[in-house]
Design a protein around this ligand. Sequence first.
Ligand code: IPD
Ligand code: CA
Ligand code: CA
Length: 264
Amino acid sequence: MKNYAQIVDQVKPLIRKVGHFILKERLSFNQERVEIKGRNDLVSYVDKTAEEMLVEGLKIVLPNAGFITEEATIQQRRGEYTWIIDPLDGTTNFVHGIPIFSISIGLLHQEELVGGLIYEINRDEIFWAVLNEGAWLNDQRICIASPSFLKESLISTGFPVQNFDFLDAYLKVISKIVQNSHGIRRGGSAATDLAYVACGRYDAFFEYNLNPWDVAAGILLVKEAGGLVTDFVGKDNALFGRQILAAGKIHQELLDLIRLHWPD
Ligand code: IPD
Ligand code: CA
Ligand code: CA
């Protein structure tokens, strides 16, 4: 078994360096450089270059590891170890100049997440976790918040941007939460949302249609911070299952609410 804490430590200067690149490009960013990847799906040279920089650095950290990356700038392949990367989570925010975007890097050993980092670039905050060792924000140990009921909680989510099949069910769930909680936020970066659950800023996060690179690091962070992460039927299947519910004590209450409205 490798020393996962040491591996995560090696990635910190790299994630910060790439974050500084993204921030520098933001200063001169021009909307004309946006490309449309799919319906409501934006990308630019910043996402792609950031990914190339991350891949180059991570190849040195673990030479034989595979990669699953959003922009597919490298051949997509699973290995004994696999890096799962979103080089810029919150591209729409980035393009519009809203300062909530991050880099997300998860490390999978066979089927198990063993390391994760989320760098919230504008706040210079590195959230990181190591399997069975805990979760941190920069040098501070973090843990999830502890409200026992939805009515005492602040919830985050993301609205679907491409597949609207479950929109009605989703809006029903949101309606209930809006009326029975401290409120609901849509920050625009799933990775940042999960990092905020891990450190107790949010009490829960749920979304559907996300990809592994949006959630890999965040799943480990929330779990290592004491939370529970499942899909919408309560299974430990959020990484590839395209449904995620991450929360502390209110996990069951939210799961019951989602299940009441979500089609089987
Ligand atoms: C998006 C963000 C957003 C979520 C979208 C994702 P991107 O990732 O995480 O919060 O709602 O579904 O695709 O495209 O900015 O990397
Ligand atoms: Ca993303
Ligand atoms: Ca992205």
